[in-house]
Design a protein around this ligand. Structure first.
Ligand code: SAH
Length: 220
């Protein structure tokens, strides 16, 4: 990824300091990574000046790029090692994928909306992120050919963790996703021990878009 200065580098540094560090994101690796990824290049040009604001933004198709703090919180919870492989469900514009990609070996990202799948691919290519594999389809099924993963992240809520995602998690792995319904959700971190047992910890109340199931993607 290009590290050169850009006209948003100041806004990005402020975002990291005021929205992330001040609210308790402590991982140096996560802070540095989000200080590098050019968030303004992942949103529509008309929204670029809002890209570093403290909130979600529309990416079209009724979907949103998550608030920077939420991206940081989810990423930090996964406690990634450079050798980890990560499954990401609902990559939208590809911003969260780029952040994860800066902290692990490879991201396997699934998106069900064809136009967003194309957008993520174009954005990631434009910013020079090469360690993301993208798949168009229903992410609730996981990515069985590449499983298991040391970390799994879903950026859309469900009443419970879909079986396909639970089954994708390696022993010793971590899964983070919003769990709840349209009335509100909790961001939950599931850790699978070396013995295979899963423990659960609630991180924060949140609001995401729903994880859609049994949708057959079609172009056009
Ligand atoms: N984190 C993303 C945006 C998340 S919005 C970003 O940085 O832009 C949630 C995304 O999940 C949307 O793009 C939506 O299309 C996608 N999604 C919802 N259900 C899905 C499913 N079953 N499989 C794959 N993607 C899904």
């Amino acid at each position: 990824m290009s590290d050169g200065p850009d006209m948003y580098s100041k806004a990005r540094a402020l975002m990291v300091a005021e929205q992330l560090e001040r609210r308790g994101i402590a991982s140096k690796a996560v802070l540095e990574c989000m200080g590098r990824v050019p968030r303004h290049l992942f949103v529509d040009e008309s929204l670029a000046t809002h890209a570093y604001q403290d909130g979600p933004l529309s990416i079209g198709h009724g979907q949103t790029i998550s608030q920077p703090y939420m991206v940081a919180l989810m990423t930090e919870a996964l406690d990634l090692k450079p050798s980890d492989r990560v499954l990401e469900i609902g990559c939208g514009c590809g911003y969260q994928s780029a952040v994860l990609a800066g902290l692990c070996a490879r991201v396997y990202a699934v998106e069900r909306v064809p136009a967003l799948f194309d957008l993520a691919r174009a954005n990631l290519m434009r910013v020079g992120v090469r360690n993301v594999s993208l798949k168009l389809g229903d992410g609730t099924l996981g990515w069985p050919e590449e499983a298991p993963f040391e970390a799994v992240l879903a950026a859309a809520y469900s009443r419970s963790v879909p079986e396909g995602l639970r089954d994708s998690l390696a022993f010793g792995g971590r899964l983070v996703m919003p769990v709840g319904d349209s009335g509100g959700q909790l961001l939950v971190l599931y850790s699978r021990g070396a013995d295979g047992k899963v423990s659960r910890r609630t991180l924060v109340a949140c609001r995401f878009v729903p994880l859609m199931r049994d949708h057959r993607p079609s172009r056009g």
